[in-house]
Design a protein around this ligand. Structure first.
Ligand SMILES: CC(C)[C@H](C(=O)O)[C@@H](O)C(=O)O
Ligand code: SF4
Length: 467
């Protein structure tokens, strides 16, 4: 029998065009996903008189610069941003690339749209000029972010030079408590291994708690692999994956489905395959998580207290903790549940899918938001589905704002920002200094925890509010 291989190894090998002596490998790309930020890469391609080589393998939608107050690009006040949103459609149309433009019901955040359209499939090699491309690994694809010049390279050649990453497995065994989500798992993982804990590695998430996760939960988990420094995140395809994919617009049909299934079932890591590193967590020990600092690794249970820099192992760490606490305006020893929030944001490619909105609505139902709270669905289709289920009404009745799909306040390059000094409970993936606006203090939480913060005005253990 052949040597046991990891899922990453199997997918990597299927895409090797050539191995070069200097350690670089030319890989064939199955899917190239693009967003409005890919416009400069397109311009470079055009400057060389070239067109997209495989338009049938390329897909785009505007997300970063789109407004969430209106889906009409004409309403974007900043001419440069309006140009990015409009030109991606023009470029795609000119080269025959499928695009879901502003105003199209399928438009949304590219990492939400890919899986939703069935473009993301097990065994595929997927790239996009965006670090959160790791999201797509939730379906058993190998998916990673690339730089802008690499985007042009893929447009021109459908290939990409890469150094082979190492493989790491994160095992999460046991049963999650009620109200604990994929977001809490990934924050617990990053708190454990650190924001650089997986640098140079592809992370495979395994174990009974991962198998029990829905597709949405797995997408959240893989989305934040990059926040642990991982090159990619993956979950082996199983019945959850197949059920999710079946019938999606770009999923294989009929005989092709059966063929695809045969391949997909061969992808999971073989028994006895070895990883460069393994980490194990117990799902039962994971509480609703909240970040206190300015890195996703600064995460702890909502029942904990703001940590004391004096307890840090070395001086460098002590100083960085002090800086973070200063920016976040938090005092060591304060119970997280006593920290009041000024705003709430439910959205982003981490947590804007239907299950996220259902969970947040369950907490918001019959209660009243104490602070401004936004709900931004990840795509037009999710927004429509939520409306069909009456979730928008639950949110509106509870005083939440229901907006158009896009990256929105996850990054704030689109006008959706907080005010200096505001503290935001956010379902996004980055709590960096200034990420949601100058001087804004971001705390990463799950959609359930965000809704709980909205209706209580402070961080509240959502377990007390469910059931
Ligand atoms: C703008 C884009 C390139 C960037 C990324 O790579 O992730 C953004 O999506 C982000 O989340 O910071
Ligand atoms: S939602 Fe946020 S993290 Fe995701 S692609 Fe947009 S800006 Fe990046």
């Amino acid at each position: 029998m052949a040597d046991p291989r990891t899922m990453f190894e199997k997918i990597w090998q299927r895409h090797v065009v050539v191995d070069r002596d200097d350690g670089y490998t030319l890989l064939y790309i199955d899917r190239h996903l693009m967003h409005d930020g890919s416009a400069p890469a397109f311009a470079r391609l055009q400057a060389r008189g070239m067109k997209v080589r495989r338009p049938d393998r390329s897909f785009a939608t505007p997300d970063h610069y789109i407004l969430t107050s209106s889906s009409r690009p004409q309403d974007i006040a900043d001419p440069q941003q309006r140009h990015l949103v409009e030109v991606i459609k023009e470029n795609c149309d000119a080269d025959g690339v499928t695009v879901f433009p502003a105003g199209d019901p399928r438009q949304g955040i590219i990492h939400v749209v890919g899986p939703e359209q069935g473009l993301t499939q097990p065994g595929l090699l997927i790239v996009c000029g965006d670090s959160h491309t790791s999201t797509h690994g939730a379906l058993g694809a190998l998916a990673f972010g690339i730089g802008s010049s690499e985007v042009t390279h893929v447009m021109a050649t459908q290939c990409l030079w890469q150094r082979k990453p190492k493989a790491m497995r994160i095992n999460v065994d046991g049963t999650l408590g009620e109200g604990i989500t994929g977001k809490d798992i990934i924050l617990a993982i990053i708190a454990r291994i650190g924001a650089a804990g997986a640098v140079g590695h592809v992370m495979e998430y395994a174990g009974s708690a991962i198998r029990a996760l829905s597709m949405e939960g797995r997408l959240t988990l893989c989305n934040m692999s990059i926040e642990a420094g991982g090159r990619a995140g993956m979950v082996a395809p199983d019945d959850t994956t197949f059920t999710y994919l079946q019938g999606k617009p770009f999923a294989p049909k009929g005989e092709n489905w059966d063929k695809a299934m045969a391949l997909w079932k061969s992808l999971p890591t073989d028994e006895g395959a070895t990883f460069d590193r393994e980490v194990t967590l117990n799902a039962a020990e994971i509480a609703p998580m909240v970040t206190w600092g300015t890195s996703p690794e600064d995460a702890l249970s909502v029942t904990a207290r703001v940590p004391d820099p004096a307890s840090a192992p070395d001086q460098t760490k002590q100083e960085s903790m002090r800086r973070a606490l200063d920016y976040m305006d938090l005092k060591p020893g304060t119970p997280m549940e006593q920290v009041a929030v000024d705003r709430v944001f439910i959205g982003s490619c981490t947590n804007s899918r239907i299950e996220d909105l259902r969970l947040a609505a369950k907490v918001a139902k019959g209660r009243k938001a104490q602070v401004p709270a936004w709900v931004v669905a990840g795509s037009g289709l999710i927004k429509a589905q939520a409306e069909a289920e009456g979730l928008d009404k639950i949110f509106r009745d509870a005083g939440f704002e229901w907006r158009e799909p896009g990256c929105s306040m996850c990054i704030g390059v689109n006008g959706d920002t907080g005010l200096p000094g505001q503290r935001i409970a956010s379902t996004s993936n980055r709590n960096f200094v200034g990420r949601q606006g100058q001087g804004v203090r971001t705390h990463l939480v799950s959609p359930a925890m965000a809704a709980a913060a909205a209706v209580t005005g402070r961080f509240t253990d959502v377990r007390k509010m469910l059931g």
